[in-house]
Design a protein around this ligand. Structure first.
Ligand code: ACO
Length: 429
């Protein structure tokens, strides 16, 4: 096979080198296209644009494959702890026993947040959205750790910024939930491992010991792993592009949280539950909502259905669906919302509209059902996604930084007015 592709435009021929990935992916390197021909490429929403080379995560959307550093998501979700996966994403290999213990100890040592953070929390009005709070808290971290502002400082200092992020985000997320409930904060208990510590800070009370249910702990661990990274999605691309201007890591992650918040991305998990509640309130007529989703004059979409990359199934959704059954069985939950979710899934999958467009339930369709059964408020769901995505965002940012990638700056096709003279007030009518 030729290592070059020819782009012919009028009498100009541009030879684009073909870039090959380790899984056989091929891309055209068009970085010199404009210099040679004056043309830019046009690809709204970057649907077919490779923005970088990356060795972190591989997805084959047609085959439903997701792998981190070569390990399948199924193997990781069924065998690993979230901290192991975080280590894998950040360092490139699975830790051996000693490395893992050292890493878990290191993270444990940094779980507390500065007491002054509480003052920032007090300023949030009751009812403010947890994602807005998390974004603010993330930017605020740069104020508490000004040594993080320079992304070019020595590696050891940089590693500490990453350690703080992994260690303190569960504490911040738990603080958000406690603020929401109006309950006093539960501080980290560092004899607990990462996920149990988080559950204790979130659901525990300062007045009594909280017994972490192993089924819930395992489900939470799995959910965090399933969200840990997803290559160049909207939020990871945002983190990379903000970081490409040499912005600090906390600011870049804060921007990633903003991108995740939207209902087309991570915000979908909240919207799935709200949609199911709306269907229930409306009398439970699932077909009516499916018909609305198919109606091009109605902006309503089936939340939790469809994916930019997965076109047959979302492998994370398969794992999570099984986990949802286990959790609901353990908690003996008989939730009418769950029955509606199952009916909606069955009806949509049998409908040619969804089959023709390759629309399947994504990870967000089921995650909200588990979070709800565990007792998380609906508007916390996307924050939990952000907690899981933290190592992925950091790994993407760090890869970009280490590769010395230049500032991200797309081109455009301008469609506005051509040059016109500046009119006087009288000429403007
Ligand atoms: N309900 C109804 N129709 C849909 C849905 C949906 N959920 N998703 C896509 N479609 C239709 C579109 O109307 C379009 O139809 P058309 O070809 O007749 O015009 C076709 O399917 C293709 O849709 P696009 O919007 O072009 O697909 P895109 O790849 O741009 O969007 C997205 C993917 C944003 C995920 C979309 O499927 C969606 O909005 N889903 C609902 C929100 C959601 O669940 N988001 C979470 C994604 S997973 C994640 O971020 C973790």
């Amino acid at each position: 096979m030729s290592d070059q592709a020819k782009i012919i435009y009028n009498d100009q021929t541009f030879e684009a080198p073909v870039v090959k990935g380790s899984e056989g992916e091929l891309g055209l390197d068009i970085s010199k296209l404009r210099g040679s021909t004056g043309l830019v490429t046009y690809d709204v929403a970057y649907k077919n644009t490779g923005a970088t080379q990356s060795s972190i995560t591989f997805i084959d959307g047609e085959k439903g494959i997701l792998r981190h550093r070569g390990y399948s998501i199924e193997d990781l979700a069924n065998n690993a702890s979230f901290l192991e996966v975080a280590f894998l994403l950040l360092k490139g290999h699975l830790p051996n026993k000693k490395e893992y213990e050292n890493y878990a100890d290191l993270i444990r040592m940094h779980t507390l947040v500065n007491e002054d953070v509480k003052h920032v929390f007090q300023a949030f009005p009751n009812g403010s959205h947890p994602m807005g709070q998390l974004m603010t808290m993330m930017s605020m971290m740069s104020a508490f750790y000004p040594d993080s502002l320079n992304p070019h400082r020595i590696e050891e200092d940089f590693d500490m910024t990453i350690t703080r992020l992994i260690a303190k985000t569960p504490t911040l997320v738990a603080m958000i939930q406690k603020k929401k409930m109006g309950h006093p904060l539960v501080y980290p208990k560092n004899n607990l491992e990462y996920v149990d510590n988080f559950l204790n800070m979130t659901f525990g009370q300062i007045t009594q010991e909280y017994a972490v249910d192993p089924v819930l702990s395992s489900a939470m661990n799995k959910l965090l792993i399933l969200h840990a990274d997803h290559e160049q999605n909207c939020s990871a691309s945002t983190v990379r592009i903000v970081g490409s201007s040499q912005s600090n890591l906390y600011a870049s992650i804060s921007a990633g949280i903003a991108a995740l918040w939207g209902p087309s991305h991570g915000g979908a998990n909240q919207r799935v539950l709200e949609m199911l509640e709306e269907i229930a309130k409306d009398g439970g007529n699932v077909q009516k909502f499916i018909d609305r989703a198919k109606d091009k004059n109605d902006p309503f979409r089936l939340m939790g259905f469809g994916h930019r990359v997965y076109k047959n199934f979302d492998p994370r959704a398969r794992i999570i669906k099984k986990s949802a059954d286990e959790v609901l069985g353990q908690l003996k939950v008989n939730d009418p919302i769950l029955h509606l979710a199952k009916e909606l899934e069955e009806k949509a999958l049998a409908d040619p509209y969804f089959a023709e467009r390759k629309l399947f339930p994504n990870v967000d369709f089921y995650s909200g059902i588990i979070y709800r059964a565990m007792g998380f408020p609906v508007d916390m769901f996307t924050v939990l996604f952000a907690l899981g995505r933290m190592p992925g965002w950091i790994a993407q940012w760090n890869e970009m930084r280490k590769a010395g990638q230049p500032i991200g700056r797309p081109r455009q096709i301008y469609t506005g007015e051509v040059h016109r003279p500046y009119p006087s007030w009288d000429e403007r009518g």
